[in-house]
Design a protein. Structure first.
Length: 193
């Protein structure tokens, strides 16, 4: 509850957010924060762990109805993954910009300048890929490729889209364009090139 209340404030103020402000947002007394966390840095580390964790986005992906058309399922997945990446970037970026470099607690992020541990990164990517595979699986017979390869292509297109600055391209693909390319390619008609 404290971390959930703190996340939007950390995204806005970075490490400059006060525990008093967090307590007000959580509807608790400030002393309650220090019963749950030994200090503000530990609370900020918990915010980083929550922001980069995949639990929330995996729950969102699992809640997408398999009864919806495939394009709709993928559009919802694209939006959930975009929101996850944006939240992660906003929280981590705000803390970094405001000088927070700690992150040493259990489940906390890497040391300043380090990459996350390979196992945790690989586990997160695998969990996301498996969640997308589940969304694609009901339409397995419609694909030339396995659901595993389609999921990998979807995530590759999506993450490339999210990392493309608008100045480098006319504009990044919209989720609908990304899904159209994934499902139908870029030719007006198959075999027209």
């Amino acid at each position: 509850m404290i971390v959930a209340a703190a996340l939007p404030l950390v995204a806005e103020y970075g490490a400059a957010v006060t525990t008093s402000r967090i307590a007000r947002a959580a509807g608790i007394g400030e002393a309650t924060i220090f019963r749950a966390f030994k200090d503000k840095d530990e609370l900020l580390d918990a915010c980083v762990a929550e922001a980069v964790g995949t639990g929330h986005v995996l729950r969102e992906l699992a809640s997408i109805s398999l009864d919806e058309p495939l394009a709709d399922r993928l559009a919802e997945a694209a939006e959930a993954l975009r929101a996850h990446m944006e939240r992660m970037g906003t929280v981590v970026g705000a803390l970094y910009a405001s000088g927070h470099r700690r992150g040493r607690g259990p489940g906390a992020g890497p040391q300043d300048g380090e990459d996350p541990p390979p196992d945790s990164r690989a586990q997160s990517v695998t969990a996301l890929r498996n969640a997308v595979i589940e969304l694609i699986e009901p339409d397995r017979a419609a694909f030339r490729l396995s659901p595993e390869k389609v999921a990998a292509a979807f995530l590759g297109l999506l993450f490339t889209r999210l990392q493309t600055p608008a100045a480098e391209a006319d504009a990044p693909l919209t989720p609908e364009e990304l899904i159209a390319v994934l499902l139908h390619g870029t030719l007006n008609a198959p075999g027209s090139a």
